[in-house]
Ligand binder design. Structure first.
Ligand code: FES
Length: 100
């Protein structure tokens, strides 16, 4: 695979202010990128994070999904995202408390 893991964060804004982009408290993709770059775990053959449009799980906003595993999370802030990085992206352990 080109990336071992690829996490997509929905940044979609909705007119009724209920989209993930409307409720994100931190900016997850730059956070994930800088965190993984510091560990030399970012890029080809490693891990990647990308912004996305609506992922279709709006009721759980804000959401992200990890591929190739197809595991979905709802998170609050970068503390939650750090846990997803440390546990799932780097060690293949699903974060049950954030999983949707
Ligand atoms: S607005 Fe984020 S999943 Fe739909």
């Amino acid at each position: 695979m080109y990336f071992q893991k690829h996490i997509f964060f929905c940044y979609n804004n909705k007119a009724n202010q209920s989209g993930c982009g409307d409720v994100i408290t931190d900016d997850p993709v730059p956070y994930v990128k800088s965190y993984l770059q510091a560990l030399d775990k970012w890029g080809e053959g490693k891990v990647r994070a990308s912004k996305s449009g609506c992922l279709g799980r709006c009721a759980n906003a804000p959401t992200c999904v990890v591929y190739p595993d197809g595991i979905w999370y709802s998170y609050f802030d970068n503390d939650d995202i750090k846990e997803i990085i440390d546990e799932h992206l780097l060690n293949n352990r699903i974060v049950a408390r954030l999983k949707i």
